[in-house]
Ligand binder design. Structure first.
Ligand code: PNS
Length: 157
């Protein structure tokens, strides 16, 4: 039984996040998504809303489990019996920070991080850009799942 842990802020989930989770899902028996409750900035969506958006964006993944979490990621990994952390890399600019976190997590409990290259179609995409475009009245429909686009419209209306 192998279990992957896909952590993030997901404020909101984008097509880039969903693409990485779907692609790795075929290689693991369980895919656990961990939504950090309080990212450094005030989130637009509550933790519960982000969990629900992720569940609704990938209804076809029967082995998907989505949870909110706070505290150390490595503690969450241990509590949920996951084997590896999965992180998407969009570009070289992501690398230094992601590498630092991966090495810290490895140093803390020995848990390894597997990096997955983002589909180049989504390499420019970030949750913060999606929030900004949506706040300023632009259409983010091409960049997020339908449920997220609808939730953004409702939240910002
Ligand atoms: O969406 P993000 O910003 O890439 O997610 C970052 C996240 C949530 C994976 C990271 O901030 C995290 O793991 N936070 C939990 C606290 C923790 O374990 N800190 C030490 C990491 S080395």
């Amino acid at each position: 039984m192998t279990a992957a842990l896909c952590p993030g802020s997901f404020d909101p989930p984008t097509n880039g996040h969903i693409d990485v989770i779907r692609r790795v899902s075929g290689s693991f028996d369980r895919v656990v998504v961990a939504v950090i409750a309080n990212p450094s900035k005030d989130p637009l969506f509550t933790s519960e809303e982000r969990v629900a958006l992720l569940e609704r964006a990938m209804p076809e993944l029967s082995h998907l489990e989505v949870f909110g979490f706070s505290g150390l990621l490595v503690d969450f990994a241990r509590e949920h019996g996951t084997d590896v952390i999965i992180k998407g890399l969009r570009a070289a600019s992501d690398f230094d920070y992601e590498m630092q976190m991966a090495q810290m997590n490895q140093g803390l409990t020995g848990v390894d991080t597997f990096f997955v290259p983002t589909n180049p179609k989504w390499s420019f995409l970030s949750s913060s850009l999606v929030r900004e475009v949506a706040r300023l009245g632009g259409s983010v429909d091409p960049f997020v799942p339908e449920v997220v686009a609808a939730a953004l419209k409702e939240k910002l209306s």
